[in-house]
Write a protein that binds this ligand. Structure first.
Ligand code: DC
Length: 229
């Protein structure tokens, strides 16, 4: 076996996405950012005035009209397309971050996205990051990582990412959003954020981006050796 499934779960702002994207590039694997899918559904609901605080018929009906794809942009980076439109930048906006966790609690939303994620990853050769990848989407993933970091580090990283995209937000507002999302994500009834029993924890508080990537690549190398022996 030379291609495996790598599941990276953890809290927002711990470096999951940037690490997963770079690891996938180095291994020539496909990177799937499942948070982008929940964000795209949230964007659709907001733009179409679909109520999402409680589960309702309108929300369930709207799911049939949502088509999600990852397609490369002109630089070859995989971007989130919602019904044919590249929404990669729009879904990072604070208005989406403020509403995505309440959207992600709903069973029918999760069922749709988990089905699509399983189809995308079934052949292996993927790095998928999210909240429930090692626990629900791919409990059979050969390598499971759970990323964590201190709140101060996470908020500072998120602020720098937002600034790079022209969104200015105070550290306090970012901390509030991260803490609120952690709370909803970890306490929802369906597929809550939690470490899979067989996941390896990486605390990225004191690590550089390069450290994170090389550690995960080393773990993949070891896993492949172990599987082939
Ligand atoms: O990874 P992210 O911060 O972009 O994810 C946005 C939200 O989507 C997150 O707060 C919870 C939800 N999410 C989820 O419920 N399950 C996933 N596998 C990925 C994200």
């Amino acid at each position: 076996m030379n291609t495996i499934k790598i599941a990276i779960d953890g809290y927002a702002g711990t470096g999951k996405s940037t690490t997963a994207r770079m690891v996938a590039k180095k291994l020539d694997y496909t990177y799937i950012d499942t948070g982008a899918m929940y964000r795209a559904v949230t964007l659709y609901f907001l733009d179409h005035n679909i109520p999402f605080e409680e589960l309702n018929e309108q929300l369930i009906g709207a799911l049939a009209d949502i088509r999600l794809n990852f397609k490369p942009n002109e630089n070859g980076d995989l971007c989130m397309f919602l019904n044919g439109k590249n929404v990669a930048n729009e879904i990072r906006h604070p208005r989406i971050s403020a509403h995505v966790s309440p959207v992600a609690v709903h069973g029918p939303v999760r069922e749709k996205l988990v089905n699509e994620q399983r189809i995308m990853g079934k052949e292996g050769g993927i790095v998928m990051d999210g909240r429930d990848i090692g626990t629900v989407v791919f409990p059979d993933a050969e390598l499971k990582i759970f990323m964590t970091a201190s709140m101060d580090v996470r908020a500072a990283r998120r602020q720098a990412e937002l600034e790079a995209k022209g969104n200015i937000m105070s550290l306090e507002a970012i901390r509030d959003n991260l803490a609120e999302r952690d709370h909803i994500d970890a306490n929802r009834a369906i597929a809550p954020l939690k470490k899979a029993a067989d996941a390896v924890v990486i605390d990225t508080s004191e690590m550089t981006f390069e450290d994170q990537v090389s550690l995960v690549c080393k773990m993949v190398e070891n896993k492949l050796k172990q599987l082939s022996s």
